[in-house]
Write a protein that binds this ligand. Structure first.
Ligand code: ARG
Length: 463
């Protein structure tokens, strides 16, 4: 490349060193901002025209030229270029297509406000796509719950069987997490959708551009109020990566539960072959690779979150080239979250619960011990005393190799004078579940109402 072809070539006599160019140039990845940057360019040209900086003929030539670049972008080799970045690429194309008038486009603008504008426009659309994908996963969770409406699984703490829960209750726990993820994204979007354009390099533009009018044209909610901040703010990127990190953390926990549940040891879940892989050596294996990758890919998104924070924390105002590092981090967050959500939905749509196996696990391991304590509390035994009594009963039952509900009423009575015949009913699985009837509990009534709420939520989200 001839140095005069560079946007900033005038001041220079030597060409960039090749290694430096490879290090410095961002075109190979920021070409993803192509159409967002074009939109920003068109709005800027219109702003210049309205401000009386360029004539109507010039504005038309520029905006038509930019649109024609968009049209020709599907041509093979269109993006083959040694441009430094997407901004110089587009400007170079424009000048090639319309000639010298194209050299007026960058009036009153810097790549600093240009890149921040294109990045935000691009991210706004990606957030909307991710939002839709979250809704898909939410809907997959609800249909999995509906397919096994009355099924019961053991609930765990410390990965030890604790108390039985309805399977839909487990599905809806993840529904709640992903619902909050949507709220977080929605909130991040508000701060993404603010326009830096018109801040120029750092000090603001010298031309009477109506920034609010330009913002309106680009669908921004408002404009950034301080030019120094506008060109150097990347906290929206950190916030986005953080919202993505929580999405990935939630998907990773979901994946971990399912990995356990589809092991031979648990045997609750059967995964479809279509999302499993085999072993090159062991013919019997069917491995939950999709789930393991959902768990594994969380790390890279967490890494980007921390990388972005580290990138901005020591930057003097205003723009510094360090900030170019925001792109690949955010691009990879977008790509990883996007494919992860799509995969999660497919896994959920194609798995099934082995209801018998889950039921038998939920019926063994003293998951009704708390129920016996609550039974005694109803007979006015203080809870702490009841806890001790039941502890002894469990120890005895373990010695007998029996569940609490397999002991005779007489055997149970030997632990407390308050135990009567009605204890059998109290220890039944359905009573164990249905006593959890405060809002948020796993009783049939509560879970049915939560499923109705979930259906309403999906309806409102356009499902
Ligand atoms: N590629 C650059 C980035 O992503 C564009 C802005 C360049 N600005 C500058 N002053 N060198 O940050």
């Amino acid at each position: 490349m001839d140095i005069s072809e560079k946007l900033w070539g005038g001041r220079f006599t030597e060409k960039p060193d090749e290694t430096f160019a490879e290090f410095n140039d961002s075109f190979r990845f920021d070409k993803r901002l192509f159409s967002a940057d074009l939109r920003g360019c068109i709005a800027h040209a219109n702003g210049l025209y309205r401000a009386g900086v360029i004539s109507e003929t010039e504005a038309t030539a520029i905006t038509d030229g930019l649109r024609s670049i968009l049209t020709s972008s599907s041509a093979p080799d269109f993006f083959v270029s040694d441009a430094e970045d997407i901004h110089s690429f587009i400007e170079g194309k424009l000048i090639a297509v319309i000639g010298d008038t194209g050299r007026k486009l960058h009036t009153g603008r810097s790549r600093n406000d240009q890149v921040a504008t294109a990045f935000r426009l691009w991210l706004r659309d990606e957030i909307d796509t991710i939002d839709e994908l979250i809704v898909n996963s939410l809907s997959s969770l609800v249909s999995l719950a509906e397919r096994h409406r009355d099924a019961v699984i053991p609930g765990y703490t410390h990965l030890q069987r604790a108390q039985p829960v309805l399977f839909p209750h487990w599905c809806l726990a993840y529904f709640e997490m992903l619902k909050r993820d949507r709220e977080r994204l929605f909130d991040v979007r508000k701060r993404v959708n603010v326009m830096p354009l018109g801040s120029a390099a750092l000090a603001g533009t010298s031309y009477p551009i109506d920034r609010e009018r330009v913002a309106e044209e680009l669908g921004f909610d408002s404009i950034l109020e301080n030019s120094l901040d506008a060109v150097s703010d990347r906290d929206f990127a950190v916030e986005f990566a953080s919202a993505c990190s929580l999405i990935m953390a939630h998907l990773s926990r979901l994946a971990e539960d399912l990995i356990l549940y589809c092991s031979t040891e648990f045997g609750f879940i059967t995964l479809s072959d279509s999302v499993s892989s085999g072993s090159s050596l062991m013919p019997q294996k069917k491995n939950p690779d999709a789930l393991e990758l959902l768990r594994g890919k969380s790390g890279r998104v967490f890494g980007h979150n921390l990388g972005l924070l580290t990138m901005i924390k020591g930057l003097p105002l205003a723009y510094n080239k360090d900030m170019q590092e925001d792109k690949e981090a955010v691009f990879d967050c977008v790509d990883t979250v996007n494919i992860s959500l799509r995969t999660a939905a497919i896994v959920l749509d194609n798995c099934s619960l082995n209801e018998q196996q889950a039921l038998s696990a939920a019926s063994t391991g003293y998951l009704n011990a708390t129920e016996l304590a609550d039974y005694l509390v109803k007979k006015d035994v203080p809870f702490r005393t009841a806890h001790e009594v039941v502890g002894r009963a469990v120890l005895f039952a373990i010695g007998e190799g029996k569940e609490l509900n397999e002991l005779s009423v007489e055997q149970l009575m030997s632990f407390s004078n308050e135990i009567r015949e009605d204890v059998s009913e109290a220890l039944s699985l359905s009573s164990t579940l249905n006593t959890k009837n405060a809002i948020g509990g796993t009783s049939t009534d509560q879970v049915s109402s939560a499923l109705r709420d979930a259906a309403r939520y999906l309806d409102a989200a356009g499902r």
